[in-house]
Each structure stands twice: as structure tokens, then as C-alpha cells.
Design a protein around this ligand. Sequence first.
Ligand SMILES: NC(=O)c1ccc[n+]([C@@H]2O[C@H](COP(=O)([O-])OP(=O)(O)OC[C@H]3O[C@@H](n4cnc5c(N)ncnc54)[C@H](O)[C@@H]3O)[C@@H](O)[C@H]2O)c1
Length: 370
Amino acid sequence: MQSIGVGLIGTGYMGKCHALAWNGVKPVFGDGPRPRLVHLAEIDADLAARRAAEFGFERATANWQDVVADPEVEVVSITTPNALHAEMALAALAAGKHVWCEKPMAVTLADAERMAEAARAAGRVAALGYNYIQNPLIRHIGALLAAGTIGVVNHVRFEMDEDFMADPEAPFSWKSDAASGYGAPDDFGVHPLSLIAVLFGGVARVMAQLAKPYADRPLAGGGRRAVATFDSACVLMELRNGATGIMALNRAAWGRKGRLAFQIFGSGGTIAYDQERMNEFQLFTASGDPAEQGFRTVLTGPVHPPYERFIPAPGHGLGFNDLKLIECHELLNAIAGRPARIIDFAAGLGIERAVHAIARSHREASWFDV
Ligand SMILES: NC(=O)c1ccc[n+]([C@@H]2O[C@H](COP(=O)([O-])OP(=O)(O)OC[C@H]3O[C@@H](n4cnc5c(N)ncnc54)[C@H](O)[C@@H]3O)[C@@H](O)[C@H]2O)c1
């Protein structure tokens, strides 16, 4: 395959990230087909045309069905608000396209199940936007865990904090609308859950408390509207490997900009990581002279693949968009039938089940199996 035809639906924050990844994947990795940016959709025709010119797409439309129906489009990036993922992914799969859909997979579990079944029946690759699993250091941490470097893992602590909902007067957006899902658990918590899935095989049961710090938010046209989603969550977890864990989520955490932090405690050491400092992690091993033991900082470099595809020099650092580009390359590997590190719709269903178990646990104040 010399080239692959790409469609993009939605050109906001994530739409631009996907466009950058599609534009950069061939220069960075060198292998695989050259993406041909064929058709892009936005809700407004003028904006669609502008974005197509900026991102390098050949055609633009205000009707996303045009992208799905385009015979020259072979893979569709879906970067629209959560409530639209299911309808768009199902249509793309029905048209025989591969799909790269942003997280969360869907708002309801029934829709997520339909999407996983549609991908299976179509025999197409359907990958989810779980970019944080693509950090070369997360791969390396996975290898350290598999090698037993910190012994048997018995407890984990995950935190995800950002402050985009911290201002009580921030305008009402789709993220506060019930149509977008629960809020912190699915819009947000799916990211730590994706890391738990690749590092530990997922979550077995949960006990959760969700909260709405602000009851309502101002509307653009005046007045206020009640907030329907939860901005914070506290979750007790039992992982599939038997370890206990805690996950704390807060979309209203002033000062935290992109904190996706975890500590992994084992019988022989500890690993600590924070996405705000995504080019390093901390490793403590209970070995050697106790008088000289301590956490050491490991910086990312060419020894942590695929960092070397971006820069030959260690310690210079990758960024968020590079994770998206690695994700794009893994998607192309999967389409080519090569081993790929993606969370596809089948695996993503496990994350969705955890999300809905968290919401049910909050409603019924009880532990729930995932
Ligand atoms: N993977 C990540 O780290 C990450 C980060 C942020 C957001 N997301 C996810 O990406 C998705 C989009 O979020 P965002 O922050 O980019 O939102 P956004 O509001 O910046 O962009 C969404 C875009 O979709 C467009 N759109 C809406 N309805 C459309 C339709 N019917 N047809 C065509 N275009 C339409 C909007 O006009 C907008 O430009 C969400 O599901 C979100 O959860 C993922």
C-alpha cells in the first residue's frame, strides 16, 4: 500500500492533533503508506474550508456523512464531542472504513457494545485515542514491571487533575451536558484507566464517590444552566492482578494543567510518573546500601523506542502531539496487520465497563464488579 486516504470529522483541539499526526507520521517513521488527506468535515462550511486549507485536506464539507461516503477515504478520524462518537463510528465501519475515534468510546455502554460488535463484524481496525499509553516511558515502565524490577506490585495510586472546569464562572459547555456522559469518570478517568489496562490488565471492581463542585454555569446568551456532569471522583479499585488501588479525578483542580500522575508500589521498589513531566519518571529499588538508597530520575532518550524516530539526542523531550503521532503509527501498523500497541474497540469496552461500574457504584453506594 503506497498511500492511505484519510478523512477527518471535527477540527477543534483533537482534530488538529490528528491532522498533525497524519501529516507527520511518514516523515517521522519512514515506513508504511503515505497518508493522503482527502476529506474533512466541520459543522460550518466556511470553517471546514479554512481548516482543510490549513491542515492540507483536498476536500471540505459541512456534512460529515460526505466523509464517510467518500470512496477515496479509507480511514476516518473522529474528533467530535463524545455524544457523536457512536453514530459516526458505526457509519464509518458500515461503509468499510477503518476508524480512529477519540475517547471516550461512547456515552452509553449499549453504544460501546454496538461499536465493538460493528468493528468485529466489519473486520476493520477501530482504535481509540488513548495517547498516554504511547509515551515511550510508559512502555519502558511496562517492561520494568514485567521484568520484576520493583517486585510484585501490591498497590497503585492514580491521580488525574486539570483546571479547565475550576472557575465556577466558566461558561456552560458540552462537557457539563448530560449528553457528554458522566464527566470525570468517562471524559477524564478513561485516561488513567487506559494506563491501568496496558500496565495491569484492567480493573476488577470499584467503589466510587462522584461530586459536582458547582451546581450551575453561565450560558453564553445569558442566564445559567444546571451542571449535569460530575467534575470530581474518588475511586477505590481492585485491579485484575489483585493489587489494590486508588484513583482520584478532578477537572476543577486549580493549578493542575495536565497532571496524570501515578505511583506503583511493589515488594521491591516504587515507580512514580507525572504526565506534566512526561519526559522523566522516578524509580526506587530497595537494593544496595540503604544509606545511599533513594529515588532516581530517569530521562527519556533514544534508548526508549520510538523516541529515536523523533530526535537522536537524549533528554531533549517529546511532547503531547508526539504521543498522538505514535498512536497514528500504531494504527497504521494494525491496518497493515502488524503487531500494534492500540486500545481497539474490543479492549476499549473493558474501560467503558469500568466507567459505568464507577457511576453505578456512586449511585448505589456499593462495590461493583467491572
Ligand atoms: N485524547 C485526548 O487526550 C483528548 C483530549 C481532549 C479531548 N479529547 C476528546 O476529543 C473529542 C473532541 O474534543 P475537543 O476538545 O477536540 O473538542 P472541540 O470542541 O475542541 O472540537 C470538536 C470539534 O467538532 C466539531 N463538530 C461538532 N459536531 C460536528 C459535526 N456534527 N460534524 C462535524 N464536526 C463537528 C466542532 O465544531 C469542533 O470543532 C472529545 O470526545 C474529547 O473527549 C481527547
